[in-house]
Design a binder for this molecule. Sequence first.
Ligand code: LCS
Length: 399
Amino acid sequence: MASKEYLQSMHKSTRAIHAGGLEHTVYGEVSVPIFQSSTFAFPSSEEGAARFSGEQPGYIYTRLGNPTVHALEENVAALENGFGGMATATGMAAIGTVLLSFLRQQDHILTSDCLYGPTLVMIDKELSRFGITSTLVNTSELPNIKQAIRPETRMVFIETPANPTMNITDIEGAAEIAHQHGALLVVDNTFASPYLQRPLDHGADVVVHSLTKFINGHSDVVGGMIIAKDETLYKKIRHSLNLWGGTMDPHQAWLILRGVRTLPLRIEKAQQNALELADFLSHHPKVTWVNYPGLPAHPQYEIAKKQMDGFGAMLCFGVKGGLEGGRIVMNNVQLITLAVSLGGVDSLIEHPASMTHASVSRKEREEAGILDELVRLAVGCEDFADLRDDLDQALNKIR
Ligand code: LCS
């Protein structure tokens, strides 16, 4: 088996397949086994005590660590060039754990005004119950971050590309401002995946993922991951995660390990489809606008080019007739599925204002550009011509 150091010098598509592999058991299995055990036997009481005190490595209890879960943590941490990964039950558990690890009463958190709806609600509404204040700004414009950051700002939290507007934030610029003010930069890298963007390389401190999306890739498992830049941050977050308990189950980890091995292949295909669909849609007579970071007309095209290895497989657009026109498209697609979520091999379409972002107030949605007319398309790995024809027939139902 290749050593961790040897693998780290290899290309990212090789790492997606091999990183996190465990030593073979006596059977020489190639797939990581599912260690479906809630607890682990200690060879002696002394050894048990030594594992608890941290003097000896070794598994204790699955909430605190499990070999199958560890294999996934090592894999994603290697893809993100991080110190260590911590797998969580869902993407929301990853975000909640990071917030609980660092924020305390009277702290302030600065975030993008465009984030996944429940993340916005958690930061903007739930944290205030603990005396933590928040400010939402359009982080695509770095001067907005500079203006809103305060001495008590402990964390800057961004999503780039952002769900669902596809706005891009300059990670390096945001990290610089955060660090000048003693704050941490946390990046939700779900929309790009580590195959296309590695925020820690651009100065971020912590990365979070909904593994439910591209990393698992088959619309059949939920999960999350936190990746820390260094050991100090890792230990602080691991301590919180073990206590608050939003950890991952071994069977869930095994399924996601199976998915991550084909992440490079799936992303390459889906983003090629997305680029061609973005071009097709932007020339369609029934389409009024398209937002995809790979179109030179995207307002942050240059930043996307600078910090991403590709533009990904998510896009959003508006159609003639606004919301009503969008409803016609969503109700008439036949191949593309009307469903929330994203990042699977199957293409999905949804309406953020009434679905993924319905928990955000209309005022906040509009300020963030999450317009009623915005339709979100998560592009999958089907044949491009079939996706194009399906969208074309649904768009042509608009009169
Ligand atoms: N972060 C981002 C950027 C997301 O898009 C989501 C879920 C989460 C975090 C939360 O992850 P989960 O707990 O669901 O694993 N986004 C969804 C979406 O856009 N449609 O359905 C779920």
